[in-house]
Structures are given as C-alpha cells and as structure tokens.
Ligand binder design. Sequence first.
Ligand code: ADP
Ligand code: MG
Length: 435
Amino acid sequence: MAPDPLLSLRQVSKLFRSADGSSRVAVLDEVNLAIEDGEVVALLGRSGSGKSTLLRLMAGLIAPSEGQIQRDGHPLDGVNQDVAIVFQSFALLPWLTVLENTAVGLEARGLSRRELRQRALKALAMVGLEGSAEAYPRELSGGMRQRVGFARAFVMEPALLLMDEPFSALDILTAENLRRDIDELWEGSNFPARSIVIVTHSIEEAVLLSDRVVLLSANPGRVRGEVRIPLPRPRDDSTPAFRVLVDELYRYMTDPDLPVGATAPPPEVSNGPQGLALPPASLGGVCDLIATVPETGGISLAELADELVLELDDLLPILDAGELLELMEVDGGRLVLTAEGQRLKDASEEGQQLLLRRQLIDHVPLVAQIQEAILASARGEVEGDEVLDLLNEQFTGPEADAVFETFVSWTRSCGLFRYNREQDRFRLVAEEAAG
Ligand code: ADP
Ligand code: MG
C-alpha cells in the first residue's frame, strides 16, 4: 500500500461572509490536493485566488467550511504540528536578537537553553547568518531579515514547509540570491523539511523551484490542474525546455477557460461575482500597454511582461481590463489588438477618451446602469453608497471597496463621471459626455 501523503485536502471549501452579510462568498471551492513526501509543490494563481487561505487551512490556522484535511492519513484537528510557515514579510521582534527571534517557536518544546541555542545557530548557518546571531533586526537589511524568517521556520524542522510568496517583498537581486540559496539547500541532503509548498504568483519562480505546479482559478479558487516540471536541478532559466514550460503556464494564467492537463474539471457556468467585477488596473495602464503592441502579429506575453518590466500580478489585471473593454484578445499566449484597440492606439488623446467612454458604456454593465440612473434622477446624480450596496451583495468588503475604486478611476479618467468624495455623489462630467 502506498504511504499516506504528508497532507491531503479532500473536497475542501472555504466560504466567507459577504460584506453586507446577506450571502456567503466561496473563496475556495472543492479543492482536492495531496502533498507527498519529498516533493516541492508550487501553488500558482492570481491575486485573490485563495492561495494564502489555502496555506492557512493547511497549517490548521483556520478550519474548512466543508471537506476534510488529513495529516499522515488522520483528520487534522487544530493547528498542524507538522508545518512551519515562511510569510511574505516578517514581523521580527525588535527587542530580541536574531538568535532569540529564530528560537521563538521552539520555546514551547521544553528544550534546554543550550539545545535551543544550538538548534537556532544551526538554522542560522543554513541561511548564512551565523555571524549575525547577536545582532538586532534593525541592524539587518531586508534580505537578511527574510533569511531570519526562513531560519525561524527551519529551526522547527517541520515535515512540511509552507512558504507564502516569500521572495516578493524583496528587490529583484536580493530575491534571486535568496531563491538560489534555498534551492541549493533543497538539493543538498540537510534540508530541514521533507516537502515544500510554495505559494507564488510568479511563473518563473514556480518553474525554477517546484516539481509540479498546481494552478488555481479565481472566484472561486479551484484547482484547475497541474503541470509537472521534470527539469534537472539547478535549473537554468535560459534553456529552451525552461522557456517552453514558462510559455505554457503563461497561456494558462491568461486564459482561465483553457483546460490544464488531463485533470482539469469541465468548464462550469459560474454564478460568481464576475458580473460586476472590474480588474484592478488603470485605463492609463491599458493605453500604455496598447502602445507597445506591434501593429501586426501581436506580441507574446512573456515578451510583453519583459518589455514593460511588469510582474505577472500587475500585468494580468491590465490584460483583463483590455479584454473586458474588447480592446485586445489574448490567445495561445499572444496578445493581439482588436480593431477598436488599434483605433485607440492611433487616436489623439481626446479620441482615446471618447473611444474609452464608448467601450465602457458598451461593455461594462455597471457603467451603463449608473449612467442611466444619473440621467433618470431629478438632481442628475447618484450616491456612491448605492453603487457600493450593489457591490456588497456580491463581494466581501475589501473586494467591494477595490471594485468601487476601480469604477471611480475608470469613469473619471475617461471623462464620464465625476465622483465627489465628500458628498459621495456621482455626476456626469458634461452633457456631451453622456452621448
Ligand atoms: P491570495 O493569497 O491568492 O491573493 P487570499 O487567500 O488572500 O488570496 O484571499 C482570497 C479571497 O478571500 C480574497 O478575495 C479575500 O478578500 C478573501 N478573504 C481572505 N480572508 C478573508 C477573511 N478572513 N474574511 C473575508 N474574506 C477573506
Ligand atoms: Mg496571498
């Protein structure tokens, strides 16, 4: 019989209450996932796809709304003692030394002071900080602080190490160095954990570090399928095999309907919040992106991200916005402009505004709806609260606020509505803008 996985999730769902309390929003829906002994699994999904929620479930910090989590074949009850987490950034305790910060999690284990010290020093040596054991956090650079974050997890010698975007708060070079070091450590024989789950929104990072990439969809978060990364370590991101996998993942990340591998569920009709959702991008960002797309043949997404020096998490909302407004299409990992997109690219600034107004009214139902409400009202205005109420029916509080801000920004920047924050009122910018 095959051994039980270190950790398995069966039909796990997590629901949070919507902001107005009238309904429950599924953040994770029927997630099935098993983490085997000895593997590195990357969880790749857009911002908001429930990755951090999934890690917190695995760590036993929150409980599933439905479904079951098993640890070594037994139901997980309460905090998972098998795991340690590395977070995006660390709240190190400023009054403790690096060594003391590292040992904090061990203190409940009843070890002698000597043992505590030895284990903390060993963990610090793994991240190259043995010389800074007596330093205080304020004396460390950001990269060194995050190394303490790793040491703090390593010292627990967890069966399973969970990492939530551990490199994303660091500058590019520091992140690259630390990533290399962690990867080298994993290849060596002394890694303090048996398996790793790393949450990331970076495709390159996923291909660089993992044995398989599990792709999550958003709204609600579901497992779309997985892509195996059969490359030898250490990996070279310039090899054709590496680029092929990166391009494949780009295609999946930019086309939510594309089935992933053989395990992808059939596409379902979702009644989720897509109807009112607005991607968190600015119209200026959409126009800038359009300006870089060549007239014919389009551009590959990996190239585009490179050229614009944009992280995938910042690029995807811009693509979503462009597609929503029918200015561009993403197909097979390439971006091409629609006829309207091409027109926008060639237009004067004023022409661009006019065209954006038209696309907004035609393709964003919420915009058309509010425009009508303003025109129908005696005072020529609509309360912001009314818009927010609509959003609060479908989204959790922070999401509703984010969509509201995007709505304000889009309708203002194309000269459609003016939003007065003190009075909480939307008005038309000018009569002629309405037509
Ligand atoms: P990711 O890490 O992929 O960006 P998260 O797991 O942080 O995604 O969040 C997924 C969604 O769940 C987001 O829309 C977020 O607003 C919502 N969410 C997370 N935690 C809570 C909570 N405690 N209450 C309400 N909504 C939450
Ligand atoms: Mg997160």
